[in-house]
Design a protein around this ligand. Sequence first.
Ligand SMILES: NC(=O)c1ccc[n+]([C@@H]2O[C@H](COP(=O)([O-])OP(=O)(O)OC[C@H]3O[C@@H](n4cnc5c(N)ncnc54)[C@H](O)[C@@H]3O)[C@@H](O)[C@H]2O)c1
Length: 440
Amino acid sequence: MKISVIGTGYVGLVTGTCLAEVGNDVLCLDLDESKIRILRQGGIPIHEPGLLEMVQRNVDAGRLHFTTSIEESVAFGTIQFIAVGTPPDEDGSADLQYVAAAARNIAKHMTDYKVVVDKSTVPVGTADKVKSALQEELARRGVDTEFAVVSNPEFLKEGAAVEDFMRPDRVVVGAEDERAITLMRELYAPFNRNHDRLVVMDIKSAELTKYAANCMLATRISFMNELANLADRLGADIEQVRLGIGSDPRIGYQFLYPGCGYGGSCFPKDVQALIRTADSIGMPLKVLKAVEDANETQKRILLEKIKGRFGADLKGMHFALWGLAFKPNTDDMRAASSRVVIEGLWQMGATVTAYDPVAMNESRRIFGDDPRLAYADSPMHALEGADALVIVTEWKEFRAPDFDQIKATLKTPVIFDGRNLYQPSQVRAHGLEYYAIGRR
Ligand SMILES: NC(=O)c1ccc[n+]([C@@H]2O[C@H](COP(=O)([O-])OP(=O)(O)OC[C@H]3O[C@@H](n4cnc5c(N)ncnc54)[C@H](O)[C@@H]3O)[C@@H](O)[C@H]2O)c1
């Protein structure tokens, strides 16, 4: 099949590449010339495990191409994926300007039947808006070309995106047009060999399914975070509680890890967007508002613990920070807890040296050359001259550090661990003070 992917970011590039991997001809469009330049030069503009090799393999095989030309992209694919960003607007609702622009661009140039697939996470009713935008533009041109709009939300996780796309738990397709449903079945058939993973439903339900999934996961995290804070106060150990409840198959072990708040490009904005959708029709989602509120508080939990230990005036103090990315295996720092911690430490007068295996360039892009933030080339180098260590991302390489070296290097032997990486008794046995989230 010939497929165009509009928006070559985390989702668009993974989608396009994985569809090429199973034999399709794919053209990825982005208006950001620098991204397309990097791709044409054989690199990739993001960090995503396994993606570079797959991109190179499919480019070499002649199945994967990149362009900045809208005309070329519209002419290319029968299936036109829209995978542009839907960032939060000022009031938290999803900003649909990029989706609308992509839809209009398709209609401006299309000359034959197209299936326009919303892969971006978009509020319920967006497919109708995309349809109207297409109809308006086609009417303006005075042409009557047929098209269908399909909702096909993406559930991949950054850091495991290639694996998730190649072996999906499910593929949700919201569609009403039989011809489009047939095409989507064909498109996803190579990912369905083990058993049929396609869940076909009406468009609005598909749009809501994506928000429901992310909001459910965010809810589990905020719930566990609040319980962890409670355990802290009560003298219980949240890790024991996690094991005690996770063994119940109705609950399960996943997404029960407390920490210093969820971040990233999806959970915060999707939680906010669903809250705004519900508010806008006078049906406030009380649980979800609490989830968001709890997360905002949780992103500051390490700052509170630092304040509790060192006081609110940290002038002259210096902190080592392990982890900048919002989670391991990605360089994405959108809404990352590290940003709240860094800015909070600055506000209290402290400076920071950070280490992250892949997100330091992204951090430089965000914070510029601020002299209050330095970077180290290894976790241990970040500790030099630091008063204490703060951990915000659970990268594997932080899991078994040399605690004796940490103790010998830090000015005060204190670790604030926002991801509960260690056994408190083990850390303390090395003579370190250890503050984690809900651990005894
Ligand atoms: N990142 C994730 O893990 C993830 C997972 C599932 C769903 N999603 C959703 O997928 C969507 C895309 O997310 P992302 O993280 O890939 O975003 P991203 O910011 O990484 O990529 C979006 C890309 O679209 C490009 N773009 C914007 N307008 C364009 C236009 N009119 N024509 C061509 N290109 C255009 C931008 O330049 C950018 O490169 C969002 O709605 C997001 O919520 C993201």
